[in-house]
Design a protein around this ligand. Sequence first.
Ligand code: CTP
Length: 397
Amino acid sequence: MLKGRKIVLGVTGGIAAYKAAELVRELVRAGAEVFVVMTRNAQAFITPLTFQTLSGHSVTTELFSLTEESEIGHIALADRAELLAIAPATANIIGKIAAGIADDILTTIVMATKAPVLLAPAMNVHMWENPICQENIQKLRSRGFHFIDPEAGELACGYEGKGRLAEIPAIVEEIRSILSPKDLSGETLLVTAGPTEEPIDPVRFLSNRSSGKMGFAVARAARRRGAQVILVSGPSALPAPSGVKFIPVRTASEMREAVLGSLPGVSTLVMAAAVSDYRPKGTSPEKIKKSRAELSLPLELNPDILHEAGQRKEKRLLIGFAAETESLLANARKKLAEKNLDLIVANDVRLPGAGFQVDTNVAKLIDRSGKVEELPLMSKEDLADCVLDRVLLLRSA
Ligand code: CTP
């Protein structure tokens, strides 16, 4: 999604300037072309060489530099930007932009660009709370500037409170979101993710190796593309995505309740969760002691959530996942038919780069008509967008 996108990153003079280096890394890793512009004060905290090395492009620091202007002028940078991000954004730069001042390279580019601008403020809590700063932010928001608010916590100045630069993954997510076409607006997507945990006794449970990465990627991508998103997730180490209604659950029964309860307002259901097919028959209220040489654990079938959703399908699009270790296409086709689905994402979990825990997947998309689209190895982020592209196609069919 960020591949080849041109992002101008303004860095201003706050202690969080060093974190902008990580932001450049993440953006470059995602395939973006990053052009860094630094204010004079920023250079007191971190050197242009750091950004030049990480971005692979020369860094712009001066408005009236003969060499910099001949290499790439400030207007060219303003025109080139598909998005201008300023991270960290000090109270000073926010005030200058709000007042229409263009007295250095960065403020001049802000004034000249037609691209969307995202500001990630970072400052002392009292500066953040200062009504003048808040008024400036309000004014800029009303003019269409995007903001990602600072977080609360321990500040470099020794204070506690709001003022820490937002986490780098959250800034990257906001950049992706701003650059995404809002082609799913009007859709309400319910996405499930992660494993379920079926308790055996108070300290043990049955589960599987699902990390939740695939479902979380679908939820984030759908939100970026303008959909209303509900994410129902089993236990996962991943942070709840912003802008999404997050419903954490533990067991398959809890997941069933959350999914079926939300279903009436949902236009598309994406079941990426690895639901435990079985659960222990009766949970022991006490920890089971090792008193016997052998122990058999009777299991009973869990409800098949997707199958139940298929029984009450109405106009809803239903998308399932099939994690297989053999007869991939045949098994996936059988699930598609039995569960009354529109699309199934089939993956052979034994292939390198596919399945649980990893950040990539190798999938085949099979639709109701039987058509199979074989996708190459790709990130779960990219696969999420491919699946959502199919939602659009199915809607228009
Ligand atoms: N699924 C579900 N409820 C279950 C089991 C699975 O909703 N109790 C959903 C999964 O989220 C997935 C799809 O059904 O989207 C296929 O899951 P999978 O476990 O691969 O299929 P099963 O029908 O359980 O078949 P099997 O385990 O025999 O392969």
